[in-house]
Design a protein around this ligand. Structure first.
Ligand SMILES: Nc1nc2c(c(=O)[nH]1)N[C@@H](CN(C=O)c1ccc(C(=O)N[C@@H](CCC(=O)O)C(=O)O)cc1)CN2
Length: 278
């Protein structure tokens, strides 16, 4: 992306949009895109502005928000590709979807590493020139394994994607990367939380299966939802066939969520997200 992106949220009041767009216009910059949302329960106002970059405007924006400490903002400059770390276990479809979309230039990030609790996908990952780290993980060695992952991640990852990574991360680990860990859960949450959601769906006789991408919190599968989708099925599908067709909806949902996160479109508000610019 060759533009600057300003995202901000504040208690609602008349004139916020005008003040911010005037800052940009006064600096002679064109606005490519603007999206905003007013939450009528909290009266919080959210805005995302995409504009032609200018150091003068960037400085004016920093001065404005320094003068308005009650307002929260992020200013993302052009060509600042975020570093994404992918965590994977045995199922490789979601990881491969991201690798191929990044390789195709669809998702504007750099994949800085893949971390897995299995060594299975080393050759597959390294053939794309991506660093692969095998970090064994189980309840007994969880603390040591997470410290090993932190040592690998610090300074090398702006956010993490759990691409069907099947180990439960500790609250301490999650707090360190608050709202920087995206997980793809293979059900239409809040249905079928926890392990083996396709088996749960099969046993329930559902007519729709789904996938949910969410930020990871200490509440298992309970974090703010970023994207979801569903696929129609029927009584003829076996449990294994649900798993196979489900991969496609998982891939589509995860790619949307990662693309939006990478383009600074997702804002967290309570335990929900606001996705601007889609
Ligand atoms: N802290 C979190 N860690 C992880 C999450 C999460 O939401 N919060 N998501 C999982 C991936 N996942 C679903 O998408 C998932 C993986 C594994 C299990 C599971 O085995 N659950 C067992 C209990 C395991 C345990 O307590 O260690 C069960 O429910 O019986 C559930 C969901 C990745 N990490």
């Amino acid at each position: 992306m060759n533009n600057s992106v300003l995202i901000a949220h504040t208690k609602d009041r008349v004139g916020v949009t005008s003040e911010l767009t005037s800052l940009i216009a006064d600096g002679g910059c064109n606005i490519e895109h603007l999206d905003h949302f007013l939450d009528h329960e909290s009266y919080q106002f959210f805005i995302r502005i995409v504009f032609d970059p200018s150091n003068e405007v960037h400085d004016a924006i920093h001065r404005y928000f320094n003068a308005h400490p009650d307002m929260h903002y992020e200013l993302h400059l052009p060509n600042q590709r975020q570093k994404m770390a992918i965590f994977v276990s045995k199922m490789d479809h979601a990881m491969m979807e991201l690798i191929l979309r990044v390789r195709a230039g669809e998702i504007p990030v750099e994949i800085s590493m893949v971390i897995s609790n299995h060594d299975t996908h080393r050759d597959l990952v390294e053939q794309f020139g991506i660093r692969f780290h095998h970090v064994p993980f189980n309840k007994e060695i969880k603390a040591r394994a997470e410290q090993q992952m932190i040592d690998l991640l610090d300074g090398q990852a702006d956010f993490i994607v759990l691409a069907r990574y099947m180990q439960i991360l500790s609250p301490e680990f999650i707090e360190r990367y608050k709202f920087k860990i995206i997980n793809i859960h293979h059900s239409f949450l809040p249905a079928f939380i926890g392990a083996k959601p396709y088996a749960q769906a099969y046993d329930r006789g559902v007519k729709l299966i789904g996938a949910t991408a969410h930020y990871v919190t200490s509440e298992l599968d309970g974090g703010p939802i970023i994207q979801q989708d569903v696929l129609r099925v029927n009584h003829r599908y076996t449990k294994d066939e649900l798993v196979v067709v489900g991969r496609h909806v998982e891939n589509r949902v995860l790619a949307d969520a990662v693309m939006w996160h990478a383009n600074h479109k997702v804002l967290v508000h309570g335990n929900k997200t606001i996705v601007l610019g889609v």
